[in-house]
Design a protein around this ligand. Structure first.
Ligand code: BTN
Length: 336
């Protein structure tokens, strides 16, 4: 028999089952006895699950003779909430209240043979990782911190394509949900109005014998709501969030997560399609602009000319030579 057979010490799946029923009928009442029947448990077990969901912050209303109803202005990220908006096949989504880094959790899952497309999300990261060994500021309940496990048939030299698929997907999902124009700052930052709202970090395990990729962990961090205590001093001038208020944005993070996954999988399935490069270039923040190339040796001035098929940035140096950058840090130069 399938379902949930005990109401003593509630099973974790039961809470998820109740949440799925409430999510699917969002805004409409569903009685305790109907849920009990559908999930093969007692009404008391349903009541306990509802109580726990409320303690976690879900706004669930109970009306006599009508049943339970989930408020549509919940702003909690949940697997059930994301699945509702998905149009692609995702084998599993795990949502954590807090964790050190979603990339770390997913790496463990990758080693345990979890399937491609497995997703891990956190409401908060205490050790969110950014590029170049930096920390990615990941405060509670304001962002979307998400990692996706991939097992691509790509050569090592093509690993960068994963990040570029993600950059285009995130930019599109942001625009669809907010109407705000999103641009890509080579190679993998998303900017809205000249400030960074999203960072992407792809970590891969390489198969050196075959020069291929065993698996890749694609980590995406989006600043959705302004952090309660503002951004830290070090990033205050460059970082921003998509929205100002935490309320009145119904299901925003669930929708955004689903749309990032929907868009990303579309590009990922056609990863070598030229359309990806065209979309990437169309959204480029840098092309045609004066930039600084930052390296250990110092800063060099250049003009960003183009992005080639390997997603390298073609730049014109001040001495008249051209260079192709395949990684590194650049910033837009304000020309006075
Ligand atoms: C950067 O801007 O330097 C990249 C930031 C990537 C942050 C995301 S959040 C989800 C995933 N888990 C991490 O620890 N990092 C990535």
């Amino acid at each position: 028999m399938s379902g949930f057979q005990s109401d003593k010490g509630m099973q974790p799946n039961l809470k998820e089952g109740v949440l799925a029923l409430l999510e699917n009928g969002k805004g409409q009442d569903i009685s305790g006895s109907e849920m009990a029947e559908r999930l093969h448990v007692s009404r008391n077990a349903i009541w306990k699950a509802i109580k726990q969901l409320k303690e976690e912050g879900y706004q669930i209303e109970a009306a006599t003779n009508r049943g339970y109803c989930l408020h549509s202005d919940n702003n909690i990220v949940s697997a059930q909430g994301i699945y509702k908006y998905l149009t692609v096949d995702i084998p599993g989504i795990e949502v954590h209240k807090t964790t050190v880094s979603t990339n770390t959790i997913l790496r463990e899952k990758a080693e345990e043979n979890s399937p491609e497309g497995t997703v891990v999300i956190a409401e908060e990261q205490t050790g969110g990782r950014g590029r170049m060994g930096r920390v990615f500021f990941s405060p509670a309940e304001t962002g979307l911190y998400m990692s996706i496990l991939l097992r691509p048939q790509l050569a090592v030299s093509e690993a960068l394509n994963i990040t570029t698929c993600a950059a285009v997907a995130v930019a599109e999902a942001i625009e669809m949900n907010t109407g705000i124009e999103a641009q890509i700052k080579w190679v993998n930052d998303i900017y809205c109005g000249n400030k960074k709202v999203c960072g992407i970090l792809t970590e891969a395990s390489f198969d050196m014998e075959n020069m291929g990729i065993n698996y890749a962990i694609l980590g995406i961090g989006i600043n959705v709501f302004q952090p309660r205590n503002a951004f830290p001093d070090e990033i205050r001038d460059v970082a921003d969030a998509l929205l100002n208020k935490e309320d009145n944005h119904e299901d925003f993070r669930n929708r955004l997560a689903a749309q990032v996954l929907n868009r990303f999988m579309k590009y990922y399935d056609n990863i070598n399609d030229r359309k990806l490069l065209e979309e990437y270039k169309r959204r480029s923040l840098l092309l045609g602009r004066e930039i600084n190339i930052l390296s250990k040796e110092g800063t060099q001035k250049a003009t960003a000319l183009d992005i080639d098929e390997q997603f390298r940035l073609k730049v014109l140096m001040q001495d008249g030579t051209t260079k192709f950058l395949s990684s590194g840090e650049v910033s837009v130069r304000s020309v006075t």
